[in-house]
Structure formats: structure tokens, C-alpha cells
Design a protein around this ligand. Sequence first.
Ligand code: NAG
Length: 424
Amino acid sequence: MKLKLILTVLMVVSSTVTSDDYVRPQPRKTIHLPWDSKLSSFPQQVHVSLAGDKHMRVTWINDDKSAPSVVEYGKLSGRYDAISEGETTSYSYLLYSSGKIHHAVIGPLEDNSVYFYRCGGQGPELQLKTPPAQFPISFAVAGDLGQTGWTKSTLDHIEQCKYDVHLLPGDLSYADYLQNRWDTFGRLVQPLASARPWMVTQGNHEVEKIPLLKDGFVSYNSRWKMPFEESGSSSNLYYSFEVAGVHIIMLGSYADYNVYSNQYKWLKEDLSKVDRKKTPWLLALFHVPWYNSNKAHQGEGGDMMEAMEPLLYDARVDLVLAGHVHAYERSKRVYNGRLDPCGAVHITIGDGGNREGLAAEYITPQPMWSEFREASFGHGELKIVNSSHAFWSWHRNDDDEPVKSDDIWLTSLVNSGCVDQKTS
Ligand SMILES: *[C@@H]1O[C@H](CO)[C@@H](O)[C@H](O)[C@H]1NC(C)=O
């Protein structure tokens, strides 16, 4: 009798201790953007990305086949003293025909400066800020965005924070074959993506392959051209770039990655060129996480990890950012499944707010390498302070307020005695 009472009390206590006081939010509906179709030549879906040293690529879409593909820009509002001509593309997908997609590279641009620009010789004046040439530099990070009420919430929070470059580890629009949803996504993100460079890599929702009818990545590659040519890659699905003192590798979870693949060869070559004196920080992004203790997508990254983790480890990658799992998780320094002071910290941040909702079930017990995990929507901020220190924080969308829920100071491997013995 007494024993039963004690047991009951224990059970009540343990259930109150383990229950979370935070109420997990429900998925939110896809939002519908009102769109009054302006003139067919009106530039829309403007976004910018880094395109080699001191250059940026401006991308926009319009419906006028004869509109010029030019970007006028300058450091004073309304006074454009430079002009760049771009290239254009378009694609069709079943019954859908895209507008005219323009990509124009502008530069050389001064670092850490605001530029005013206008696309296609008309339309509204926009502004962008170029990233700094030196530390500190700040990145906003959010994957698996989609275009729901939660996406809007995440984007609003990112807009409030001070950052230089947006990093997106895959799954952008969740168009899922409905091509006009790529257009609505482009309009949704324009306020942010036209003001700061957005550097993206592909997720499974970018594939959109139809066997015998359509190759993969038709829409993604047409609309989100990244600096792959500038970084010696032959595919838009993987590339690298450098900004301030950071070398960032964007890998493709949905491109071949085995040791005989072009991606593997390119990665090896790219890593061999990294100069840690110039870029003390080395980051990698891809969609499917290698270290994931969520039940969703469990083990999916295993093959890629087996092929490529040794390369990243030998090169002393500091931090890996992934998406795919709709939740947040941060690892300790890890390599080959074991804690390793010279391994990377792996962060899964696939919680931008897409319509599929959260992945709330975790494997128990929590693996040794897993330091923090939680299923909530939100975004991350990475502030690299100097060559040795960076501050990472994760901000949960708590009732539409950004609430900092996890943070950590990271020390670069260059300054942890991990790189010295290597000739880099
Ligand atoms: C780098 O930043 C950290 C954190 O602000 C600081 O403690 C450290 O002294 C800085 N190092 C250098 C070399 O400035």
C-alpha cells in the first residue's frame, strides 16, 4: 500500500519534471500574397547573392520578353553611375512557362557599403548592403523555409536582427511541382533577399524531377543561380565562397557525392585551396544532416557522411549547418560518431516554418554527441567576432516573438591547436 503510494507520487513528480512548459506550435497555413500584376516589364522576385570577390549577382524576373537585362546602381539614391548587363533564361514545366529570369553581376563593389539599384531600367529603387571585408561578420541561418505563417514569422525575426549574409541549407519554396509557388516565394522573400545576399543550397523540395519528362532542379537552377562557376564547380548544386575571413562550402545532398563523383573531386580541390591565414573559419552547409537524433529522416545522411566526413575532418571544418529535419539540434565537436576536439560542431536548423510542421520525436537516450535539441520553429544567428571566437544563437518563434533559446561561444579550430600540424 505504502509502496504503491510512493510509486504514484514518484510517477507524478517525474511526469511533471519531464513535461515541457513550452507548448509546441501547430503548423500554419500557406500564406497568399496579394499580387496586382503591374506592367509585364515590372521587375519582381529580386534577390542578390555573392558572386566572387567584391561582386554580387542580382536576379529578378519579369514577363516582358523585350525588357532590357540591366542593373543600374550607385552609392547615392537615384544617381546610378554604374550599369551592368545580365544574362537571361526561362524555362517551361508542363503547362507552366516562367517569366524572363535575369541574372546580372554588379561590381567591383566597396565592402560594407550600401548601394542603391534598379533592375530592368525601371521599377522601384532597391538597396543592398555589401558584407564587410573583415571580422566581425554576422550570418542569419534558416532552412526549410516554405511560405507559411511561420515562414513570415521567421523572416520578420531575421529582418529585426543585424546580419550581413543569409545562409539557407536547402528547401526554399516548397513549390512541390506547382511552379507559380516559386513565384510567390520569390515575392515573399524579396524584402530580405534583395537587401542582403542569400546563399542557398538545394534540398529535396528543389528536385522536382519527373521521370522521362523533366530533369531535376530545373526551377531551382534557373531562379537561384549561385557562384559555382566563380568557385571552379561545374554544377549549381555545389560551390563555395569567401566572405570576410570565412570560407563557406555549400554541398549538394542531392548531387552525387561518392568518392568517384565530380562533387567529391571538386570538394577535395576546393579544400586544398583554403588558406586558413586568410580565412581562419571554415564552414560547410548541406541539406540532410549527418548528426541527427530526431526520429525524422533518421540515418538518411549516412552515405554522404561516410564518403565526405573524412575530407571535412581532415580540412578541420569548424561548423556544419544542415536542414531537412524540422527541428533544432546542436552537437558537440564530433567526428565519426565520437566526440573529437578537432571535429566539427553540427547544427540542424530545418525549422524555418514550412507547411509540413515540426518533427517532435527524438531518439532516447540522447546520443553523447548531441548537446541541445528541440522541435520549434526559429532561426539561427552566427556572429564571427574575430579569428578565434564566434557566437552562435538560436531564436525560437515563441508566440511570434523571437526568443533566444540556445547559445554558445565557438572557438575556431585554427586557435585550438587542430590546424597547426597541418600544412594548410
Ligand atoms: C576575440 O573575441 C573574443 C570574444 O569577444 C575575445 O575574448 C578575444 O580576446 C578576441 N581575440 C582577439 C585576438 O582579439
